[in-house]
Ligand binder design. Structure first.
Ligand SMILES: Cc1cc2nc3c(=O)[nH]c(=O)nc-3n(C[C@H](O)[C@H](O)[C@H](O)COP(=O)(O)OP(=O)(O)OC[C@H]3O[C@@H](n4cnc5c(N)ncnc54)[C@H](O)[C@@H]3O)c2cc1C
Length: 415
């Protein structure tokens, strides 16, 4: 065995969002030197934006349904979620002085419903761990010798060597917050497959009539269920002048995207009274006094909102007068979707570095010593806290990969 002490290792984490910072914290907790490089003037801009909606950190759901939220990436995400569970995420948040609570439908939020106090406390912890943070450093790829190439805001070019690297560069939605996927070229030049980025958790474009959009843009449709294919999702949707937005719709993003890839338009159905059976609705409508206007019948018998009643008129042809036909329409109002909203307005993106471009420790097969985490990878999940949980857990996964990699390196140096 050599008597020489191994050189201290230095790890570069590129991308200062939740995935990168979690990787940095986990590596630094092992006493390993870490530097974080971030292109923006401040850390965690998308995380702060998520805080505007209350910062849904994770979900209380049981393990099996939780995992199923990751769809095709479930098997890949499962060991990461086991390394950093939703329960552990709550503890981590509370350790940083931010209490959490379980909100409606099992979503978990910090009590203050904001990201900024959590991010401040996190930054203080990283400072205590002596994590070095370099802002306004944009990474461009590797030079021929394998050094990391950066440009600073003042145009200065910089080359950095590291014993291992974590890339946590984010996906491609809301590029003005930092994650602009400009790194795709560097990855492809290295022979790494990147699946095209597409919008996920996004609204849809619908050609509403002028009357409908002028009157109802900004109005929610509450207590509805959206149907698409064999899926039915209860929740609410917001009418906008371009179409619809809302959590229930977002969870249908993968299915809608697949359908729109194969045809110009697709049709979603809206059940305006998901808690009532069609025959019960028909019986109620039939009871209303003859001579009553159709709108009054719908208001009195079913307490439908003005927006819901007008939605029934948006389809082609007359609204049916027959109680049975009207009940059938109320249970399944067809809405034609022209397209999904663009990537720069989507909450998250689908696509990214192919999961099989990495080994089980999240290390790039094409570039040993480079580990990846977060939304830049090809997985997607609905809103509900599954996105941040996936980013935190894969950040821990990449960090554990780095720790194992450099310890193997150290023991080789020892021999
Ligand atoms: C409006 C909105 C609301 C959301 N609400 C929620 C929510 O409530 N719950 C939830 O679970 N998720 C939510 N999300 C999604 C969640 O914020 C993201 O999934 C998460 O931030 C992704 O984390 P990340 O670390 O992978 O990437 P990011 O947070 O995007 O961080 C990547 C970082 O890398 C930096 N970077 C990129 N390229 C380079 C480069 N070349 N050099 C140096 N640095 C670079 C970027 O500037 C950025 O800071 C929301 C998203 C949006 C847009």
């Amino acid at each position: 065995m050599s008597t020489q002490k191994p050189e201290p290792k230095h790890i570069a984490v590129i991308g200062g969002g939740p995935a990168g910072l979690m990787a940095a914290e986990t590596i630094a907790a092992e006493g390993i030197a870490v530097s974080v490089f971030e292109k923006m003037p401040t850390l965690g801009r998308k995380f702060l934006m998520a805080g505007r909606g209350g910062l849904n950190l994770t979900h209380i759901e049981g393990q099996a349904p939780f995992m199923a939220r990751y769809g095709e990436a479930e098997a890949w995400m499962a060991p990461r979620l086991a390394m950093f569970t939703p329960g552990r995420l709550r503890e981590w948040c509370e350790d940083l002085g931010q209490r959490t609570f379980v909100g409606s439908s099992g979503r978990i939020f910090p009590t203050c419903m904001k990201a900024s106090p959590l991010l401040r406390a996190w930054r203080a912890r990283l400072d205590e761990q002596d994590v070095q943070i370099y802002l306004r450093h944009t990474w461009h790829g590797w030079d021929e010798a394998g050094s990391l190439c950066f440009t600073r805001d003042n145009g200065e070019e910089l080359k950095i060597e590291a014993d291992a690297v974590v890339l946590a560069l984010g996906g491609a939605s809301w590029p003005k917050l930092g994650a602009d996927a400009a790194w795709v070229d560097a990855m492809e030049t290295s022979g790494v497959e990147v699946k095209p980025f597409q919008p996920s958790n996004c609204g849809v474009n619908i050609a509403w009539s002028d009357v409908f959009k002028e009157r109802f843009a900004g109005t929610p449709l509450k207590g509805i269920a959206l149907g698409f294919g064999d899926k039915k999702v209860k929740g609410e949707a917001m009418i906008t002048d371009y179409g619809l937005e809302g959590g229930a719709l977002y969870s249908l993003s993968p299915a809608l995207r697949a359908s729109l890839a194969g045809s110009e338009r697709t049709t979603l159905t809206i059940d305006l009274r998901p808690e009532q059976k069609q025959d019960v609705i028909a019986a109620r409508l039939a009871k209303v006094r003859k001579g009553e206007s159709l709108s009054n019948r719908l208001k009195k018998a079913l307490k439908l909102s003005p927006a819901a009643i007008s939605l029934l008129r948006e389809g082609p042809g007359e609204m049916p007068h027959d109680a049975g036909e009207l009940a059938a329409l109320i249970k399944s109002v067809p809405v034609t979707i022209d397209s999904q909203r663009p990537l720069d307005r989507a909450i998250s993106s689908a696509g990214g570095v192919a999961l099989d471009a990495m080994d089980a420790n999240q290390m790039l097969l094409a570039r040993p010593g480079v580990f990846l985490a977060g939304e830049m990878l090809d997985w997607e999940a609905p809103t509900g806290g599954y996105l941040l949980q996936g980013c935190f857990s894969s950040g821990v996964g990449a960090a554990n990969g780095v720790i194992e990699w450099i310890s193997e390196d150290v023991s080789e140096e020892d021999h």
